[in-house]
Design a protein around this ligand. Structure first.
Ligand SMILES: [Zn+2]
Length: 112
């Protein structure tokens, strides 16, 4: 017999925990592991101008997808490099990547 509160073990026949005054149970419930996978952030899109990045950000927010905009400007690249890299990238948590990509694909198609 076990106390569900202090997890003390008692011999059969005892019905309450002497310490907690709790009714004993046959088995302790399995401990739920509070397992939180580490959040992985992925880059799903490179944008070439600021208005585009803000429109995408607004669309993702509307779809309740947390996102971040990482501007390459802070990386210290000069203009020459920025040409092929774009202005920055859109970062979302791993689990939202597929959904976010679809939204961005649609956005780009609609704006062509
Ligand atoms: Zn107890």
């Amino acid at each position: 017999m076990f106390c569900p509160k202090c997890k003390g073990e008692y011999r059969v026949g005892v019905i309450t925990c002497a310490d907690c005054n709790m009714p004993l149970v046959d088995k302790l419930p399995e401990e739920k592991k509070d397992y939180k996978p580490e959040r992985k952030l992925v880059s799903i899109h490179r944008y070439n101008n600021i208005p585009e990045s803000h429109q995408i950000e607004a669309l993702l927010k509307k779809a309740k997808i947390p996102c971040e905009l990482h501007s390459f400007e802070n990386w210290g690249y000069d203009g020459a490099f920025r040409g092929h890299m774009g202005m920055g990238e859109v970062i979302v948590p791993d689990e939202y990547a597929d959904k976010a990509k679809k939204i961005i694909d649609k956005f780009i198609k609609d704006n062509k």
